[in-house]
Design a binder for this molecule. Sequence first.
Ligand code: HAM
Length: 414
Amino acid sequence: MFKKIPGTKDILPEEASWWQKIEDISRKIFSIYNYTEIRPPLIEEAGLFNRSLGKSTEIIRKQMFLIKKKNDVYALRPEGTASIVRAYIENNLQKKSPFIKLYYLGPMFRLERPQMGRQRQFHHLGCEAIGAHDPCLDVEVISLVDRLLKAYAIEGYKIKINSLGCIKDRKELTQLLNKGLRDKRGSLCTDCRLRFKNNILRVLDCKNKSCRDIIEKLDIQDGHLCGECKTHFIQVKKGLDSLKVDYQAAPYLVRGLDYYTSTVFEVTHQDLGAQDALGAGGRYDSLVSDLGGPDVGAIGFAFGMERLLLVSRCQSIKAPKENLVYVVSLGEEAKRQNLKLLNELRQAGIISDTDYEARSLKGALRRANDLGARYVLITGEDEIKKGVVTLKDMVSGEQREVKSDDIVEDLKRA
Ligand code: HAM
């Protein structure tokens, strides 16, 4: 028997209805904020990600699913931002609209060690707003994050925000850390000793207690930010205050991807355990020009769909098939008649079903109940003789006969 690859999941029908619910809510809210959908390919040139995310990041060093074909190296996309920026440049989207807001949903691939909330194929639900530097856009995007989480009925999340500053400020912060940590390297955890060499900013958000103590002593606040970046960040915080978005300033928040500049943010939820990030994002004001496009500001975020579902109340709500009409045939003639009846119900847009197993009436009613049917239509020998069907209301338990010719209209009214 074949089994699924570790770190992948079958989304079974019942779960798929929760996914659809989250997707429906998201599409509606994205469109209220005037985002339109983009669907880039799942596979891209590996170089796109090397260039965008940074060679020293964990994703590029260890987690890419690569496919080598003669001289070309392709990658299953580990994230969406780089692909969308590539699509924005390649399709000249800035010509059609200098400021564009795009959202996306779909699978991403990272060769990680699987554990709760960490998969090798997972799904992002995210957006990118490309074409503006204004701090009001950061406020709009972070408030959209908040709005979505509330609409998913998720409680107990935290929005943490920070500013990494512009490229010059990031360099300044890197130097500050290099100086501050050089003679303390031996006391850092194994991961951070590697980070010290490859991606020193990531030392800042290490969760290990001994690393935290060392970092907190360095007392990194906003000293590395230039005047412009400091003002930008103050305006973002003021804007969030004015919209009453609950956030925490997190001076040690950095992100695992090199393209970020200025505002970065992360949403965490304690019920997720070790992998506590529900989603994250930030500005990437240099990425579009780095990849050959115009010099425009941009910001976006992505939620991990699997993690949203782990904490969303959607899961505790059994998706009721409120309007399902379940058709029961007692005997061969009834089955033939009901084939036509089912067709008429469906033509009329009424959700209806039957099954083709010969069941007793009791068994069929149990099945209808399991499916959450609202009404059951029963046809047996008696009903055929009288030219009626028996209509059972599964909520009130009431039962009555309705003329076969009138049943579709009757149900439409109900
Ligand atoms: P990221 O932080 O790498 O950001 O991923 C965003 C979210 O995806 C995470 O917060 C987490 O919920 C989920 N996630 C990441 N890896 C996994 C995994 N292996 N299994 C399950 N869920 C996972 C980005 O990818 C950026 N592109 C976000 C962004 C958009 N920034 C600007 N625009």
